[in-house]
Design a protein around this ligand. Structure first.
Ligand code: B12
Ligand code: SF4
Ligand code: SF4
Length: 362
C-alpha cells in the first residue's frame, strides 16, 4: 500500500469514527466471487425476490446492476463501508413472543429518526472530509462519490465482507465481532460452525438452506415490502409481527454479545416497543403520518400496517379484538377488510373446537 493510500485510509477511518460510526472498512472495487455471482443470478431466477423487482434492475446492456460495480457505477474504484450498531438493549422479540395482544416492531425502527436519514447524514460527513482532503492534496482529478443507505444497486453485505468487516452468517446477515488486534483482517472466517439456531427458529421456514433465504416467506418482506394480500398459509406463522422481524438475529449467539448503542437517534421510543395491537389498528391515516413521519415504518404504508395488525390480532386468538375486527372487516381498504375477516375466522376457530369437545362429552 502506498504512503498516500495508507494515509487516506487513516483519514477516512478517523472521519467515520468522528461521524459516530462503529466500524469502517475500505476495499477496492472487484468482481464478485463466483459463489456470490452465481448465487445472485440463481436467487433472482428462482423468484426469491418476490415483488422486490428493484433487485433485478439491469443496466443499458441488460446486465444485473447488482452483479458488478462495473454494471452500476462504472466510474467507481473503491468502496467505503461504514456501519452503526442499532442494538439499544431492551427486550428481544423471542422473549416477549407470548404477549400475543401486543405487536412487534423491529428493533431497528424504535428510534425517533429513520435510520436511513441518520446514516446518510453521517456518510455525508465522511464524504465531506474525503473531498476536502483530496481537494487539498490532489487537484488533478475531481473526486466522484455516491452515498447509499440501502438505496443503491449494490450488495452491501458482500462488500462489507470484502472490506473485512465480518462474515455472512447462515441467517444471511453480516456478523461483525471484535477482532483481537482491533482491526478487521481480510475476509474474516465464517464462525457459524455447527450452529443452526437461526434456521431452526424462523417461524415461516424462510431459509431454503443455510445462507439462502426465500424472501417471499420472510416476515420482514411480508410485513414491509409485500403489498396487498399476504398468502394465507403464511399468516398463522407471522405471530404478532407488525413491522420487520428480529428472530433470526435475536437467537444468534454472536448477536447476543452486541453492546448497546449510545446513538441518541436510535434510543427506543416507548410507544414503538411492543405496542398494543388495538392502538395500531385504530390509527387514522393522519395519526399514522404523524407518528411514523420520521420512522422507517412508513415504508409499510398505512394500509400495510393495519393489514399486519389484523393478522396479528387473528393470531392472538383473543376475543377482545372481535368488535374492532368486525369494524375493520367492512373497512374501505379491501385488503384491511379481507385480512380482518380472516382474523375473525381464526379467533372463532378455538371457540368452535371447544364447543365441539363440550358437545362430545357424555
Ligand atoms: C432486499 C433486502 C431485504 C429482503 C431480502 C433479504 C435477503 N436476505 O436477501 C428482506 C425484506 C427479506 C430483508 C430483510 C431483512 N433485512 Co434487508 N436488505 C435488503 C437489501 C435492500 C438488499 C439485499 C439483497 O440484495 N438481497 C439479495 C441477496 C441475494 O443478497 P444477499 O442476501 O446480500 O446475499 C449475498 C451474500 O450473502 C452472498 N453470500 C455470502 N456468503 C455466502 C455463502 C453461501 C453458501 C451462499 C450461497 C451465498 C453467500 O451471496 C449473495 C450475493 O449473491 C439490503 C441493502 C443492500 N442494498 O444490500 C438490506 C439489508 C441486507 N437488510 C438488512 C437488515 C437489517 C434486514 C433485517 C434484519 C430487517 C428486519 N429486522 O426485519 C431482515 C433480515 C432478514 C434476513 N435474514 O436477511 C441490513 C443487513 C445488515 C447485516 N448486518 O447484515 C441491510 C444491509 C440493510 C442495511 N444497510 O442495514 N432485507
Ligand atoms: S427475519 Fe424472521 S422470518 Fe425472516 S428469515 Fe429471519 S426469522 Fe425468518
Ligand atoms: S444463529 Fe448466528 S451463529 Fe448460529 S448459524 Fe445463525 S447466523 Fe450463524
Amino acid at each position: 500500500m502506498s504512503q498516500n493510500s495508507h494515509q487516506l485510509r487513516s483519514i477516512v477511518r478517523a472521519a467515520a469514527a468522528d461521524a459516530g460510526f462503529d466500524i469502517c472498512g475500505m476495499v477496492n472495487v472487484r468482481e464478485l466471487q463466483s459463489r456470490e455471482l452465481e448465487y445472485f443470478s440463481s436467487w433472482i431466477a428462482g423468484g426469491n425476490a418476490g415483488e422486490m423487482t428493484y433487485l433485478e434492475a439491469r443496466n443499458e446492456n441488460g446486465h444485473f446492476k447488482r452483479a458488478s460495480m462495473q454494471n452500476a457505477l462504472p466510474w467507481a474504484r473503491s468502496v467505503i463501508i461504514c456501519a452503526l450498531n442499532y442494538n439499544t438493549g431492551g427486550e428481544r422479540s423471542v422473549e416477549v413472543a407470548h404477549e400475543k395482544s401486543r405487536g412487534w416492531i423491529s428493533r431497528y425502527a424504535w428510534g425517533r429518526k429513520d435510520y436511513h436519514d441518520v446514516l446518510l447524514g453521517k456518510l455525508r460527513q465522511v464524504e465531506g472530509v474525503l473531498h476536502r482532503h483530496i481537494a487539498d492534496e490532489d487537484d488533478r482529478a475531481p473526486l466522484q462519490t455516491k452515498c447509499y443507505v440501502d438505496t443503491g444497486p449494490f450488495l452491501e453485505r458482500v462488500y462489507a465482507r470484502y472490506a473485512g468487516l465480518g462474515w455472512v452468517g447462515k441467517n444471511t446477515c453480516l456478523i461483525n465481532i471484535e477482532f483481537p488486534d482491533g482491526s478487521p483482517g481480510p475476509l474474516p472466517a465464517d464462525r457459524c460452525g455447527s450452529c443452526t439456531r437461526c434456521l431452526d427458529a424462523c417461524p415461516t421456514q424462510a431459509f431454503i438452506a443455510p445462507y439462502q433465504l426465500d424472501a417471499r416467506k420472510c416476515i420482514s418482506y411480508l410485513t414491509i415490502e409485500k403489498r396487498g394480500s399476504i398468502p394465507e398459509e403464511l399468516r398463522p406463522q407471522m405471530g404478532n409481527h407488525l413491522f420487520g422481524c428480529d428472530i433470526c438475529q435475536d437467537v444468534c449467539p454472536w448477536n447476543r454479545k452486541a453492546p448497546a448503542s449510545t446513538e441518541a437517534d436510535f434510543q427506543p421510543t416507548a410507544e414503538l416497543v411492543n405496542p398494543p395491537l388495538e392502538q395500531i389498528a385504530e390509527l387514522t391515516q393522519r395519526q399514522f403520518q404523524e407518528v411514523f413521519r420520521h420512522s422507517p415504518v412508513k415504508r409499510a404504508k398505512y394500509s400495510g400496517l393495519r393489514r399486519n395488525a389484523a393478522v396479528a390480532m387473528g393470531n392472538s386468538g383473543d376475543p377482545k379484538f372481535v368488535p374492532q375486527l368486525q369494524q375493520m372487516a367492512v373497512d374501505e381498504d379491501d385488503y384491511v377488510a379481507e385480512h380482518a375477516r380472516w382474523a375473525l375466522e381464526q379467533i372463532a376457530k378455538p371457540a368452535l373446537t371447544e364447543e365441539v369437545s363440550l358437545r362430545e362429552k357424555p
